[in-house]
Design a protein around this ligand. Structure first.
Ligand code: TRP
Ligand code: ZN
Length: 881
């Protein structure tokens, strides 16, 4: 018997709360296995609520140890309390004070939601519904309260006591070994932004002066001994604060901004008001243990959480259906920040790669949902690429459609009008409508309709009339649970490139609204005619990836080669190279699958090989252009009857062909770019390293006699993690002669750093070849592995499931089996980590019949399990739908 599925929560059922809790005073007496929380709330009946209507508070695995109304202990008949609900049968009609006592065991909290311990540090995670694991509450984002938090703990165990807001008071408790601190946060906030931290942590202090001259104390708290790993995070924080003032006019609003790094954390980081809590992976860095990618991620995540202070905290969500209101907008803001800090085109390409590899498959499979979902069983499962990344694309389209000025006018209005509120997507869009006098009713479909629109294009040039006709159509492929779709508003940035490679000037345009270089497609079909076009152009469409759509533009190879060489839009140049490579990889994979011999196209080899000489493109862009579509991307493009072995073989074939063509010409790029002992994480230096390592990746496949020695020497002489890991990855994933020796050397060097060991697990988990499965199993009992730590699980099992298509989808089913069994084990401790892992099955129906039936069996075995968490039940049932 499997557990019953609870009814879904629906957007259409939203009702404002019957009562409000305006102020919260918490007294938290921290004791390892018996923490006592005394909560005092000022409760007020809402005007529309009948006097005496029951007050229902949320709980989760709670036990009530005391309850008082206006200071008097409540009779047992006046309330009912279960682990997940507290009901006051007939509360006072007038505002009253409710006091609750709950007892918690933070050590036993393996879900990492609510109050838990990471190493020895007490910390909290309350988004989305973790506060109800601390005390009974109106745990919904539209209840805003002012919090005062008193913490009390052993001085020796927890010298540091932190909560949201500003420190109001601190001192010793006479006659004991304990002390206390009282924090007050003047900004009303929903419970999901509550946080506390207590532990023996080192403090890394700094200061920031805001635009109006206010002095803010900045602190990063880490385990003792890790103080030296915080410089980059602190620098990123200060740059984020300045940038948000300069670009969005947003100033910080408390006297302190604290960041705490913990090693056990379900997600990346959390924007709790004035007290951000981070997965330590997004704080700690030095050249010895962090890659350039790690540095870029830290910069982006620090910025993301900081930017939430306005987009999320000052203005929050009315309900969890509005999650994209804060996440989509904040991702957009962190993307813009990184673009300003680094190379804008390289950042755009990286973001689009992520969107296409994570969000597109989600949007095409059983877990597809609109950017603003209408129903959920478990909100934790909606922190998705669709809400975050597609949500950011929707904001970016607003910018593209309205233009810089109107966009910022709309946002300013949003900040002004909704400051201090919990609001909705409708209210957000209304600000842009007003600021730009534009009707966004049709645009709002981007929040309602799941699925990636396909835009199809046909063109024709008429040399006599000098017209260029573009026939456009759009369609969302049919999805389960969504019958038909309406045409969306799709901004298409474009250029007509003339024979000389320059963008052409054209006469008037008929059939579509065109603003500058943006054409708006807003009907199912549209015939657009450009007049006075002097010569046959090549249409460069969707420049900068101006909309999250799939483009079906049947360009001939010669046109793609032309775009790859000529397009002045760096994104579309990159895209043209990718499209050429993709077309050839799909063709080759088909041949391999059918047992036919094939060779890569000379044109494609040529275009990839020529990227190296494009010295007007910066190194980061050249490295990106030389990166072939991933195996998962190719599988997605093939779409059905997928055979991962054939895809892997095809990709290796093209890699070898390019490598052979380039041969020794790769060498200057490899040796010329070592850091020479003075590592800097800046974008330019990182770009040089990424090109060097991309070249090494090809050289290793070139057949050169000295390739293995070169990779080994890069590994053993590297003075930074970026170069060391790149070489290790080649040694391991190409199964080069000194693979084992390299793994041993790496482990010896880095056994003291869990974050560095995560890379060691990951590179082995992603190695092709059928010995990997046994290796992964063995690594699960490695002393450095810990099934209770989310980062370890992600680096070993999640990267096996999502980054090793041939081994996860082995034809004997053993890969599916391993992931399914592991997820069941993990589910008992930490449902969020387990359900994430299970999402790696989402594209199972696209596999060939043998593999998809093995995947289905594995999923059915998970589904048959009786005590599955709500998180995993939801994912498995939807995946099997
Ligand atoms: N709001 C966080 C962010 O995107 C997300 C987050 C952090 C989260 N921890 C979580 C979501 C735990 C769900 C559960 O910045
Ligand atoms: Zn966020």
């Amino acid at each position: 018997m499997r557990s019953e599925t609870a009814p879904a929560i629906r957007l259409e059922d939203y009702k404002p709360p019957l009562y409000r809790i305006d102020t919260v005073a918490l007294n938290v007496e921290l004791v390892p296995k018996a923490t006592r929380v005394t909560s005092t709330f000022q409760v007020e009946r809402q005007p529309d609520t009948a006097a005496g209507a029951p007050l229902v508070l949320d709980g989760d695995e709670l036990s009530l140890a005391g309850i008082r109304v206006n200071g008097k202990t409540l009779e047992e008949t006046a309330y009912t309390a279960t682990a997940d609900r507290l009901e006051l049968v007939s509360p006072p009609a007038e505002p009253f004070e409710l006091t609750l006592v709950t007892e918690l065991d933070p050590d036993a909290n393996t879900k990492l939601m609510g109050l838990y311990r990471s190493s020895a540090t007490y910390c909290t995670q309350c988004e989305a519904e973790g506060f109800r694991r601390i005390t009974y509450f109106l745990d919904r984002p539209d209840n805003l309260s002012v919090y005062t938090t008193r913490l009390e703990a052993s001085k020796a165990e927890c010298p540091v006591l932190l909560a949201n807001g500003n420190l109001a008071e601190a001192g010793d408790i006479e006659g004991t070994d304990r002390h206390y601190a009282i924090w007050h946060d003047p900004h009303p906030k929903p419970a999901y932004l509550f946080a506390l931290v207590a532990g023996d942590l080192a403090e890394v202090p700094d200061r920031f002066t805001t635009m109006s001259g206010k002095d803010v104390a900045l602190n990063i708290y880490v385990e003792h001994g890790k103080e030296g790993l915080c410089d980059w995070a602190m620098d990123s924080l200060k740059r984020s604060m300045r940038w948000d003032e300069e670009v969005f006019g947003r100033e910080y609003d408390l006297d302190v901004f604290n960041i705490v790094a913990v090693s056990d954390f379900n997600m990346g980081a959390m924007e709790n008001k004035g007290l951000n809590i981070f997965n330590d992976k997004y704080v700690l860095a030095d050249p010895e243990t962090a890659t350039d990618q790690d540095y870029a991620n830290i910069e982006a995540v620090i910025a993301h959480e900081y930017f939430h202070n306005w987009t999320g905290n000052r203005i929050t969500c009315r309900d969890w259906f509005q999650l994209c209101l804060k996440e989509g907008l904040t991702v957009f803001r962190d993307q813009e920040f990184s673009s300003d800090m680094r190379s804008r085109p390289a950042k755009r390409i990286a973001d689009v790669r992520l969107l296409k590899s994570h969000q597109f498959p989600e949007d095409a499979g059983p877990l597809a949902h609109p950017v603003r979902p209408r129903a959920y069983h478990e909100i934790n499962n909606f922190y998705t690429a669709t809400v975050y990344e597609k949500g950011a694309e929707v904001v970016r389209m607003l910018l593209t459609l309205l233009g810089e000025e109107a966009f910022h006018k709309g946002l300013d209005l949003y900040f002004e009008r909704h400051d201090g509120e919990a609001t909705t997507i409708e209210a957000f869009l209304a600000c842009f409508e007003e600021a730009s006098s534009t009707d966004l009713a049709q645009f709002s479909l981007w929040y309602e309709q799941a699925g990636t629109p396909v835009v199809s294009v046909e063109t024709e040039y008429d040399p006599d009339r000098k017209t260029f006709s573009v026939s456009l159509s759009q369609e969302i492929p049919p999805l389960a649970g969504q019958k038909s779709s309406k045409p969306a508003v799709i901004p298409l940035r474009f250029g007509l490139i003339g024979p000389n490679g320059e963008d052409m000037e054209t006469g008037s345009v008929e059939g579509a609204e065109v603003n500058g270089d943006v054409l708006v497609l807003d009907r199912a079909h549209q015939d657009v005619v450009f007049k006075n076009v002097a010569a046959a152009p090549v249409l460069s469409l969707l420049r900068g990836f101006s909309a999250p759509v799939r483009l079906n533009q049947p360009l001939q190879s010669k046109d793609l080669l032309f775009l790859a060489a000529q397009d002045r839009d760096p994104f579309n140049r990159w895209q043209a190279v990718q499209t050429l490579a993709m077309q050839d990889l799909v063709r080759l994979a088909g041949l391999v699958r059918d047992g036919v011999d094939g060779v890569p196209s000379e044109d494609v080899i040529g275009v990839l090989a020529s990227v190296l000489d494009e010295t007007q493109l910066d190194e980061a862009l050249r490295a990106q252009a030389l990166t072939l579509p991933s195996e998962a991307d190719i599988a997605q493009e093939i779409g059905k009857d997928v055979n991962p072995d054939a895809i892997h073989a095809a990709r290796e074939m093209l890699r070898r062909a390019v490598a052979t063509r380039l041969g020794p010409s790769l060498l200057p790029f490899i040796s010329g770019h070592s850091s020479g002992g003075s590592y800097s994480p800046d974008a330019q230096a990182a770009g040089k390293r990424s090109l060097a390592n991309r070249c090494l990746h090809y050289y290793a496949a070139s057949g050169a006699d000295d390739a293995a020695d070169l990779v080994w020497s890069r590994f053993s002489s590297a003075d930074n993690m970026t170069d060391r890991l790149a070489a290790l990855t080649l040694l391991v994933q190409d199964h080069m002669p000194r693979e084992e020796e390299a793994l041993t050397a790496y482990r010896q060097r880095h056994s003291g750093s869990s974050l560095a060991m995560d890379k060691w697990f990951m590179t082995q988990a992603m190695a092709p070849g059928d010995q990997t499965l046994e290796r992964v199993k063995a690594l699960m009992s490695d002393p450095s592995y810990d099934a209770g730590n989310p980062n370890r699980v992600r680096s070993l099992l999640q990267s096996f499931a999502t980054g090793n298509p041939t081994q996860f989808a082995r034809a004997d089913g053993a890969g599916f089996e391993l992931v399914a069994e592991s997820a069941l084990e993990i589910d008992k401790r930490n449902p969020q980590v387990a359900s994430r892992l299970l999402t790696s099955f989402r594209s199972w129906r696209a596999l060939d019949p043998q593999r998809s039936s093995l995947a289905e069996s594995a999923l059915l075995r998970v589904s048959a399990c009786e005590n599955l968490s709500r998180d995993s039940r939801d994912i498995v049932d939807r995946t099997l739908q």
